[in-house]
Design a protein around this ligand. Structure first.
Ligand code: 0A1
Ligand code: ZN
Length: 877
């Protein structure tokens, strides 16, 4: 158990630093065991005259400390575990700090570390302090130069931020490179890479005609797998010019893919570092989802060049300033590259699964948090995805034109600064002349609002009165909430499917077929006139706010909207709502020991989806997938994992039986003989065909196994291969083992593909899965020190709702055991894995007790990290 409880940092305590570091010249002499870092900094006093200079630093060996060239006497400075304090310093001076670090011993993957023999860095949010003593906070912007020296044969490639200004050979087989970044930046954007890497190269001509060299560095042999990322990068660069007027600013833009990385990727100025999982792709090794993810992440990191790098955050409470905005920007890009409607559905699914769940549980926090213990724990769905939803609402409120004016103003006003969310919102007020006082609550109040819509039609007056009511539940530390400004996009649909005009009482022109109402009070009534017939309300289209839209409706009306709403998003929404109602009822039946039967209204509505499947393959695929088990668990009290699983299986089987021929016909028709292309249309076709396979193998019988095996064996791309295996992993038929063995042998030397092999097995609903996961932990490819491996096996298992929640607690025990072991290796990843227990209060008493016990055992572990201390304490709290 920790004796020294880590302290929380509060936004209200923000103070500008007493000093600023204006320039820093770094000199690295790289070796795996003891890298020497010499830093020369120009330090200027900006605040309190008597304040000592306090620099952040962790796990550093201090070798020398000089002020204006003279050694600082020992009595004048103090080294503690997290800082260096120097008393009585001048107002403007040059500070030399020489430190020694051990990249090889660094398993936390923060600061400078080794990934498969490649030196690389991760400094966001607080990794730079593991490289040298520094004012390691984002409001200190400095001009960096970086000299790197290393053995030439082992580390032929030496990279850092900015432009290469000098390089050459040194005695003893060594060489060096000198990089200069002209743009002042916070330390979290610093990067260094050194290793034996191959690369691909291209060029981009910017809108003002400047030539930019583009390079992607990968392990030798992986070059062909980087071409899709390069293509995505060029498209992202063009898109940002066209949509936001943003041009790239250095002569070179580099990306490096590494295998050991804590998150997806990192936007270091001019030198993005990527987890290879979100960069490398080929038809044989990557699924369609991988391709889409790569495109999105490459764009995300590139877009940070303006939203994050040129304009950065004043402090970490402003994290959503760059992350929410950049997620919103990458979503816009993906929507333009692919199908906007399907992209929105995917994003809403993710938001509901991850963010709504977070917002409804013990880790709920505002998009602008008010305090944290470990900032690493706040790279959350709330900061990222809800943050992006807030930007989307702003755009809805001020329209496309207002949005462009506001963002133009933001870039002009704040270029080169470290700013706050408040300054961002102010740009919208100033550019669009709107008062956003109430809107700001979206950043400050945690929790997901519920918007309940009730309509009443009066045939005599042809009026339709719509009452909208909002509620926001209490969240940790926020018992009372104020009403929010909620944009509610809606349409009224006639029984025939015709869109009815929306004319509000008092308006003299006929209204549009879709409009946005602004709900600002706890309850408001809107009267629509000249409504020809009793309409079906289609509320919250495209999820116009990150809220639960509750629209009481009969199953028949939901099914009518499911096939006839003019807005495709809400057709999908109606289908999900209907499936949820049906599944929750079926789960109740299953719980009482009776076999549930698929609901006829839902199954019939699926017939309609199948009949129209050719209109839009990817959209039809989305329509055919009922909500997942974990999503249903959020709505059942107490959640019963077995009953939910039984219900969902029964619904899929019932649907499959009723529409067998249609699924078969579609499955046959969608087979494509041509060469693989990763474009959205081809991916949509594969996705729909693969959803058909799910239904055609729903019986899990011998014939299903044969079909799944055949699907796997005849696949010409990774998407189809994993779909075949995903079906087989549900079954105990003799086809299962040989197919998995075949896949294993084919990809034995490809860790990223073996990750899929691990995940598929960990996701199996079969009873032996826990023993199997334990066995896979002994597999030579499994490695606790590589986050991708841990996420592929243990992360996938914790997402296996049925088996993670095994009634005897063996699933919990397994995951908790891994978290405890992982904490001393990599606390950031350990704390993220702990999110598996986030919703422990949703389950029955027995499971609650089992989960609580595991959380408690984690919290009591000796040497517990601040990261894991924070999340477990809050979860148990
Ligand atoms: N800024 C990155 C996310 C990121 C955060 C922390 C990391 O390492 C500890 C790595 C990446 C992004 O939004 O892509
Ligand atoms: Zn980001």
């Amino acid at each position: 158990m920790r004796t020294d409880e880590p302290r929380a940092i509060h936004l209200k305590d923000y103070r500008a630093p007493d000093f600023r570091i204006a320039t820093i010249d770094l000199d690295f002499v790289l070796t795996p065991e003891d890298t020497r870092v010499a830093a020369k900094m120009r330090v200027q006093r900006t605040g309190d005259r008597s304040a000592p200079l306090v620099l952040d630093g962790e796990q550093l060996k201090l070798l020398a400390l000089r002020i204006d060239g003279a050694d600082v006497p020992q009595a004048r400075y103090r080294v503690e575990s997290e800082r260096l304090t120097i008393d009585s310093v001048p107002d403007d001076f040059v500070l030399d700090v020489i430190t020694e670090i051990s990249p090889e011993a660094n398993t936390s993957l923060e600061g400078l570390y080794l990934s498969k023999g490649i030196f690389c860095t991760q400094c966001e949010p607080e990794g730079f302090r593991r490289i040298t003593y520094y004012i390691d906070r984002p409001d200190n912007l400095a001009v960096f130069s970086t000299r790197i020296e290393a053995d030439k044969q082992q580390y032929p490639v030496l990279l850092s931020n900015g432009n290469l200004v000098h390089s050459g050979d040194l005695p003893d087989g060594r060489h060096f490179a000198l990089w200069q970044d002209p743009f002042p930046k916070p330390s979290y954007l610093f990067a260094l890479v050194a290793g034996n890497l191959g690369h691909i190269e291209d060029e981009f001509v910017t809108m003002s005609g400047r030539r930019v060299a583009l390079r992607i560095y990968v392990e030798h042999g992986n070059e062909p797998r980087a071409t899709y990322a390069m293509d995505s990068l060029k498209r992202a660069m063009r898109w940002d010019e066209e949509k936001y007027g943003r041009e790239y600013d250095l002569d070179i833009f580099m990306i490096v893919a590494v295998s050991a990385f804590n998150f997806g990727a990192m936007e270091n100025k001019g030198l993005n570092i990527f987890n290879d999982k979100v960069l490398l792709a080929s038809p044989e090794t990557a699924t369609d989802d991988d391709y889409a993810r790569i495109e999105g992440v490459v764009a995300h990191e590139y877009f940070h060049n303006w939203t994050g790098d040129r304009i950065t955050c004043r402090d970490w409470f402003q994290l959503s300033l760059k992350e929410g905005l950049t997620v919103f920007r990458d979503a816009g890009f993906s929507a333009d590259m692919r199908s906007a409607g399907v992209k929105r559905i995917e994003d809403v699914k993710f938001l509901r699964m991850r963010q709504f769940q977070e917002d409804g549980g013990p880790l709920a926090h505002p998009v602008q948090p008010q305090s944290y213990i470990a900032i690493d724990n706040f790279y959350t769905a709330t900061v990222y995805e809800k943050g992006a939803e807030i930007i989307g609402m702003l755009k809805t409120l001020v329209d496309d034109e207002g949005y462009r004016k506001a963002t133009d103003l933001y870039f002009e006003r704040h270029d080169g600064q470290a700013v706050t969310i408040e300054e961002w919102v102010k740009c919208f007020e100033d550019a669009c002349g709107r008062d956003l006082k109430q809107f700001r609550l979206w950043y400050r109040q945690a929790g997901t609002p519920t918007v309940e819509a009730n309509g009443a039609y009066d045939a005599a007056t042809k009026k339709y009165a719509l009452t909208l009511k909002q509620t926001l539940p209490p969240t940790p530390g926020q018992p009372d909430k104020q009403p929010m400004q909620i944009p509610v996009r809606l349409g009224l649909v006639a029984k025939s499917g015709r869109a009815l005009p929306l004319t509000l009482e008092g308006e003299n022109a006929i209204g549009p077929e879709e409009r946005v109402l602004e709900l600002t009070q706890p309850e408001q009534r809107f009267i629509f006139v000249d409504v020809d017939e009793e309409p079906l309300p289609s509320i919250g289209r495209r999820l116009s706010a990150p809220a639960h839209f509750k629209v009481p409706m009969t199953a028949a009306d939901r099914s009518a909207l499911m096939s006839r709403d003019t807005d495709p998003f809400n057709r999908w929404e109606a289908g999900q709502a209907l499936a949820t109602d049906v599944l929750l009822e079926m789960a109740d039946t299953a719980k009482s020991g009776v076999a549930p039967r698929a609901d006829a209204i839902y199954v019939d509505a699926i017939g309609d989806v199948l009949a129209r499947a050719e209109e839009d393959h990817a959209f039809a695929a989305e329509m055919l997938v009922p909500p997942g088990e974990a999503e249903l668990a959020l709505k059942m009290k107490p959640a019963d994992p077995e009953a939910i699983h039984t219900a969902r299986e029964a619904l899929i089987r019932g649907t499959a039986e009723k529409h067998r021929e249609a699924f078969q016909a579609l499955y046959a028709k969608l087979e494509s003989g041509g060469a693989f292309t990763p474009d959205a249309a081809s991916a949509g076709r594969r996705r729909l065909r693969n959803v058909c396979l799910r239904y055609l193998t729903a019986q899990d019988d011998e014939a299903s196994a044969r079909l799944a095996d055949q699907h796997y064996r005849t696949a010409t791309n990774m998407t189809d291969m994993v779909t075949g295996l995903a079906a087989l992993t549900r079954m105990e038929w003799p086809e299962r083992e040989p197919a998995f063995a075949h896949f294993h042998d084919r990809f034995a030397n490809d860790p990223l593909v073996l990750d899929k092999w691990m995940s598929l097995q960990a996701g199996s609903p079969l009873a032996g899965v826990i023993a199997q996961v334990r066995q896979l932990m002994q597999h030579p490819a499994y490695d606790t020190k590589n986050p991708n491996r841990v996420r592929a096996l243990i992360g996938a298992f914790s997402a296996n709702h049925l088996r993670f929640h095994e009634a005897d607690g063996s699933g919990y025990a397994l995951v908790a055991e891994v978290i405890r072991a992982l904490d001393s290796i990599n606390p950031q990843v350990a704390a993220r894995m702990a999110a598996a227990f986030e919703n422990w209060r949703l389950y029955d008493d027995k499971r609650q007790e089992l989960m609580r016990t595991e959380l408690d055992s984690i919290r009591k572990q000796s040497g517990l990290s601040a990261n894991l201390f924070e999340v477990t304490t809050k979860m148990l709290g």
